[in-house]
Design a protein around this ligand. Structure first.
Ligand code: NI
Length: 177
């Protein structure tokens, strides 16, 4: 379909709560998902939420086999997740570095639940119900936050661990969004 431009932090649409998807297998939804896939692939992203390309609907995509922006991360299966619901399965919180295509050139240390269950629908309206941990759980929390109008800098608790990728990680030349 098409590579869309990604809205950047400061755009009010990124702060909205997105609306539920009501109808599946429509040309509009199929086109949105293809646009999101093309856009995420073109930017080598780990995930993307519909509001990031200007569509305020409860749709996220994520997953990768090997992501150059997160070279140490485990494989996460490619997933289209619609109308998601997240239930933490632990009170354990872990800090980890995150970046965002809407906050280009920066990384921050973000606390997230280490284990959670996520439920929702795929692009055809089939049920998704998974319990995950590690980087998979982190990506899901990051992407689903976008649907609530939350960007990862709003989750940072220690702003000494927030900065420009090229300064924080000088050895990772060329690895950036
Ligand atoms: Ni993001």
């Amino acid at each position: 379909m098409a590579i869309k431009s990604v809205l950047k932090m400061g755009d009010p649409l990124l702060l909205e709560v997105a609306m539920n998807v009501e109808k599946f297998n429509t040309p509009e939804l199929d086109a949105l998902i293809l646009d999101m896939q093309d856009t995420m692939a073109s930017l080598d992203g780990a995930g993307l939420a519909a509001p990031q390309i200007g569509i305020s609907l409860q749709v996220v995509i994520f997953g990768f086999e090997k992501n150059t922006r997160y070279p140490d991360a485990e494989v996460v299966p490619f997933t289209v997740l619609i109308n998601p619901k997240i239930t933490p399965l632990t009170e354990e919180i872990e800090e980890g570095w995150e970046g965002c295509l809407s906050v280009p050139g920066m990384r921050g240390m973000v606390p997230r639940f280490t284990r959670l269950r996520y439920q929702g629908l795929d692009q055809h309206g089939n049920t998704i119900d998974r319990s995950v941990d590690g980087f998979h759980a982190r990506v899901v929390q990051h992407e689903c936050d976008h649907l609530q109008g939350i960007l990862y800098p709003m989750r940072i608790t220690d702003f000494r661990k927030f900065g420009f990728t090229e300064v924080l990680f000088p050895d990772q030349n060329g690895i950036d969004e």
